[in-house]
Design a protein around this ligand. Structure first.
Ligand SMILES: C[S@@+](CC[C@H](N)C(=O)[O-])C[C@H]1O[C@@H](n2cnc3c(N)ncnc32)[C@H](O)[C@@H]1O
Length: 138
């Protein structure tokens, strides 16, 4: 999801934070948004999302944070009722989901997370996205 697209439609009062590990990309993005007080581009690895939040919307579109070890913790990072989006999955055709012949623990992490109500949405024959909402505080 493009930061610029979000920034162009965000209502007043919305703060946007983007983490980018590529130094040149981060520098260029910061420069593009230099006059936008509500947009902040942080250079570094995805864990820097912990420095802000909790978020009403969290989009994990950078790779390792969503599908590798040490995944982001929606219970800490999302506000109650907040939404998380994780993209770039291959659509699953089985349950439980499998990827490269093995149980797809990364996908299950999100779909079965006790703090979330999550679903996988197929956007194309070869592309799906998981969208989850954090349960309200009880
Ligand atoms: C699909 S692009 C999204 C770019 C931008 N966030 C936007 O909204 O248009 C994914 C970006 O994530 C960055 N990235 C990949 N792995 C990352 C990580 N572990 N930590 C921080 N950024 C990462 C890549 O360098 C790439 O620029």
């Amino acid at each position: 999801m493009g930061l610029a697209w979000l920034a162009s439609g965000a209502p007043p009062g919305t703060r946007l934070i983007s983490i980018e590990r590529d130094p040149e990309r981060a520098r260029i993005a910061s420069d593009i948004f230099r006059d936008c007080d509500h947009v902040e581009v942080l250079h570094g690895d995805w864990q820097r999302i912990e420095e802000r939040g909790p978020y009403d919307l969290l989009v994990l579109d950078g790779g390792g944070q969503a599908k590798g070890d040490g995944t982001a913790d929606p219970a800490r990072l999302l506000a109650a009722g907040g939404t998380i989006v994780i993209d770039d999955f291959t659509p699953t055709t089985t349950w439980p989901p499998r990827f490269n012949g093995a149980p797809d623990h990364a996908r299950l992490h999100w779909l079965e997370h006790p703090e979330l109500r999550a679903a996988e949405l197929r956007l194309a024959t070869d592309l799906s996205v998981i969208v989850g909402t954090r349960l309200p505080d009880s």
